[in-house]
Design a protein around this ligand. Sequence first.
Ligand code: ADP
Ligand code: GLC
Length: 516
Amino acid sequence: MSREEKPYPPERAKGPAGEGPERGTTRDGSPRVLFVSPEASPLAMTGGLGDVAGALPQALLRLGADVRVVLPFYRGVRKRMEGSAPVLTEVEVPLGGQDLRCAVREGRLGRVPLYLLDREDLYDRPNLYAAPRGDYYDNLERFTFLCHAALRIPGALSWTPDVVHCHDWQTGLVAPLLKGPYRGDPSVATARMVFTIHNAGYQGLFPAEKLEVTGLSRAECYHPEGLEYWGSLSLLKAGAVYSDALTTVSPTYAREICTPELGLGMEGVFRARGDSLKGILNGADYGRWDPARDPHIAAGYGPGNMQGKSRCRKALVQETGLDGVPGDRPILGVVSRLDRQKGMDLLAQALPELVALDTGIVILGNGDMRIQEALERAAAPYAGRVSLRIGFDEGFSHRIMAGADFLLVPSLYEPCGLTQIYALRYGTIPVARATGGLKDTIRDGENGFLFEPYDAGALAEAVKRAVRAFSRKKEWPRMVRNAMSADFSWDRSAALYMELYEALMGRKAGGVSAHG
Ligand code: ADP
Ligand code: GLC
């Protein structure tokens, strides 16, 4: 019998003795949400998706949702959670015609239950997605496994989610799996599926002949209205096409991905989703990003007490050796993946002009080798004025946020962007390109500076305007106050997701619960 012909629902996994399936929503009617993500801060992250998946479930829980997160037990997670106990000793997970066994360990993200997929052969690696020379060769297998395992867990735990909420291409197969092979599985068949795109630039492309790995039917799925994309499989497209609701992480980016410039070839797919495509702005986890109680910085501060910020600046100057910067001149900070998306080529080109403004520049980033080398070449002549650190360093990212006067975010595109939101809370004024979520969080001249054309001259011009404002006695404190008082806490965004879940469950529409 081929994988596609296997009977569903699948056999139950060996798990804890339960009292039989829990049906319907939580007692007070709030949704049960299975949250499937390839990253979750502080356990595993390469960027903002990790921040979101670490914080949003906790905000949903505060609003009453019964939310549970599924995450691979990567090597970094294993190191932090070695003592976590298996909640399921053996779940059978189909992959490419075989059934693999997987233990599921239980952890917590705050108070949110976390289910960790323990398969050393797939996830016990130095990085999440790639070795220095390129992506892991078996990423299709690794993330197909995540999708199947996530759909097997509810049955094994006798817990029936109302909504499955998935994130980015790594989880894109959940939607067609729910509509195909799992449509007869009572533990998940009634769940509605939300797919959130954090970055349409990562499309999860794999050779078409590998479709058999996924367990999906070629006849049902491999066509232009399905997950076929110019002769390849696209896992991002799978999520976008088959989900019940499609969201992205800011209202502006939701519009932008429907255009050829930023849809990156998928604009037709996104446009076709029409009304079911929503932009919900990310929030900030002010538990982790609050200058008044940040354990990483030299001194705490807040809007009513800014002396701490001056101490953080001195500490940053000392840590980075920026002794060539006059005390009254601003420090420009950068915390970024080194990726074409982030406009780091503009930064490298504009560097001499920025230094000529008598500024100091602190850059923290990692990623693309060519961008790293371009920045190293650009920074080399400016010892004592420009500090470049390559690596991923959470503590240092906080010290830059607190010690710098400006944060530069010259992105080519930016679905939401979190660093500018953190910078605002730290009274560090963002200078950013007017795109995506940067446009939705920064008001030019009020709490930051925006520039339009994607070129080094426009970046330098915006920094010039910013530096002029920095030396104005009245304007500057006003901008810093505006920045620090902006509120992007998760509760507001989480409430919008709750509304979406409830609408999908049918309450808003007709008052009838998905489970009667
Ligand atoms: P993206 O997800 O596109 O990288 P975001 O602004 O949404 O951009 O999120 C980036 C997150 O990753 C932020 O929390 C930022 O502080 C963090 N980050 C990025 N690069 C580094 C780095 N080199 N070291 C530490 N943290 C980093
Ligand atoms: C992506 C985007 C970034 C966004 C983050 C979290 O990595 O590049 O703009 O803030 O996801 O949604």
